[in-house]
Design a protein around this ligand. Structure first.
Ligand code: UGA
Length: 356
């Protein structure tokens, strides 16, 4: 079996490659401009790595050749850091919609199976948030279900939604190709995958504002306060990247059952507010390092305007229905929050903390 993976050098792509390349009879063509996270795999005989980004000059002809050579296409390439959605909206839309679309069009035209990475952000905000909260409300007003839930985004001036909107458009394009030309697809909506090799640690590995867990871990390692945006009331459900890769393997292994569906890939048992997550990260550092001082690591509140700038708006809560994933794929997540935080913090502690 031959698989094309775009964005193979990213956080999810690197874990996907680890798992795929451990299998017999699988060969990979991987595209990514960055190969730091997959440096341990570059000499693998079953990997052909193209250090290239989608949308680069002259890349379309090579992409067409690579799609033609493969049985499956995993389309992971994206800009997926919220700090960029409102500050670089044009680039966010360009990369996530226009540069990603040719992969879909080629998979449809050449009849290749497509696993397309979308986002839990396509759900946007919950209906319950507009009604004032979750107490005593019907779970249907906040539970995210791929078949029934509306997709609710804020006004255009809040450019936070540039990403979710581009991703939603791509989902609609995938679906339209399925209906009109028989494209076989699986759409993945990831719910906050965490694990080693996430994004980058700001101030240690690179500069910028990545997603929440690398922000919190970097703050602890650098001895600066963890910053909680708008008080840390937003809630997320946290998913181990290994559970996520298990779901992808279940899709790959049973195409007759798995294809032509949209999947919520997440762990509804791991729901936390961002304040609870900050406290859990402090406790994880205590467990991993054996140093009790981390329990008192400072946490400060910042406004979203100061942290992200104008045009940011938050998703209030993301709790998903995974009954279809259980039934369709025979998959359900098993890693609890404490164990996945232990694994992730221990990974960074070994790299940057243990000897300091
Ligand atoms: C992001 C991406 O937009 C999605 O593509 C992706 O599917 C999703 O992560 C994911 O990881 O699955 P979001 O959850 O909003 O969405 O991203 P984070 O940057 O991880 O923020 C989570 C929450 O933490 C937000 O409420 C944010 O305001 C808060 N936050 C972030 C802090 O309180 N402090 C920080 O230092 C960073």
């Amino acid at each position: 079996m031959k698989i094309l993976v775009t964005g193979c050098g990213g956080f999810i792509g690197s874990h996907l490659l680890d798992r795929l390349l451990a299998r017999e009879g699988v060969s990979i063509i991987g595209w990514d401009p960055d190969c730091k996270r997959i440096s341990h795999l570059l000499d693998h005989p079953a990997l052909s790595f193209r250090q290239e980004r989608l949308g680069g000059p002259e890349s379309l002809a090579r992409l067409e050749q690579d799609v033609a050579d493969c049985d499956w296409v995993f389309n992971l390439s994206a800009i997926c850091h919220p700090s960029r959605y409102n500050t670089e909206a044009l680039r966010t839309i360009h990369v996530n919609l226009f540069e990603a679309y040719p992969v879909i069009e080629l998979a449809a035209r050449l009849g290749r199976k497509l696993v397309h990475f979308s986002t839990s952000e396509v759900y946007g905000k919950t209906i319950a948030s507009y009604l004032g909260g979750y107490d005593d409300v019907d779970p249907a007003l906040y539970m995210m279900n791929a078949e029934n839930s509306p997709l609710i985004m804020g006004p255009v001036r809040n450019q936070r939604w540039s990403y979710a909107c581009a991703k939603q458009m791509l989902e609609r394009l995938v679906y339209a190709h399925h209906h009109e030309s028989g494209l076989q697809f699986a759409i993945i909506r990831p719910f906050n995958f965490f694990g080693p090799r996430m994004d980058y640690l700001p101030g240690i590995e690179s500069e910028g504002v990545p997603r929440v867990l690398p922000m919190f871990i970097s703050a602890v390692l650098r001895g600066i306060p963890i910053q909680l945006v708008d008080g840390g009331h937003a809630r997320r459900t946290i998913t181990s990247v290994h559970d996520a890769i298990d779901a992808l393997m279940a899709i790959l292994d049973q195409p007759q059952r798995s294809l032509n569906h949209i999947y919520n890939i997440g762990n509804p048992r791991n729901e936390v507010s961002m304040r609870e997550l900050a406290e859990a990260v402090r406790q994880t550092f205590v467990r991993v390092s054996g140093e009790t001082r981390f329990a008192r690591h400072p946490i400060e509140i910042v406004s979203s305007m100061d942290f992200y700038g104008p045009g940011y708006e938050d998703c209030d809560r993301r709790i998903m229905d995974i009954s279809a994933e259980r039934n369709q794929l025979g998959w359900s997540p098993s890693r609890e929050l404490e164990s996945l935080l232990d694994e992730t913090v221990a990974y960074y502690w070994r790299l940057y903390g243990a000897s300091s």
